[in-house]
Write a protein that binds this ligand. Structure first.
Ligand code: 5GP
Length: 178
């Protein structure tokens, strides 16, 4: 059995992702030692990254999730909507928002605005992928796995029309193969 993949190329291998995620987890563990951070996974795109990241965190932490919706196909569908909200009370807590990708930054900014009114002690972003050339708002993720070009990527949690999230690597979508 095989996927019929609309891929231009594999951009980041599973091995490279796992290595980088371990490095990020170690860095975050050191930075947050003694502070019991809350890791907030942004569903659904961050699901694989989130699981791999928290497996490698070596300090006490809490986990929680949010789900926003912003894309249809490869097109941004405007202002993101909240589908699922936090269960943890984040007042006075150190929050690490775990995202699949920061592209224009609109989602990240909306998350930041939504969370700030709940008075956390701090909020930082940890993203697997960063597309800094496409940024429309001032968001700089403190922790970023890989900076990539402005191409539409799939795999490792990232979808195209709901598919390909389960691929263990990151690939560039070939829109001609759709
Ligand atoms: P932003 O609000 O920063 O423009 O976009 C954030 C969201 O858009 C991400 O969480 C992700 O779901 C989606 N997104 C942005 N770029 C890509 C991409 O290259 N591939 C996929 N599959 N989703 C993307």
């Amino acid at each position: 059995m095989e996927h019929n993949l609309p891929l231009k190329k594999i951009l980041i291998s599973e091995k490279a992702i796992n290595k980088r995620v371990k490095e990020l987890a170690l860095q975050i563990s050191r930075d947050y030692e003694g502070r019991t951070p809350v890791f907030v996974g942004i569903l659904r795109g961050a699901v694989l990254f989130y699981a791999e990241l928290i497996k490698n965190i070596v300090i006490d932490c809490n986990i929680d999730f949010m789900c926003l919706c912003s894309y249809e196909g490869t097109q941004c569908a405007g202002k993101p909507r909240t589908i699922l909200d936090l269960r943890e009370d984040i007042a006075n807590r150190h929050v690490v928002l775990v995202e699949d990708i920061v592209d224009t930054g609109a989602t990240a900014l909306q998350l930041l605005e939504m969370l700030k009114i709940r008075k956390p002690a701090s909020v930082e972003f940890c993203t697997l992928l960063d597309k800094p050339s496409n940024r429309k708002v001032e968001i700089v993720p403190k922790y970023a796995g890989f900076a990539i070009e402005n191409e539409f990527v799939i795999g490792y949690g990232l979808d195209y029309n709901g598919l390909y999230r389960n691929l263990p690597f990151i690939g560039v979508l070939d829109e001609n193969k759709q």
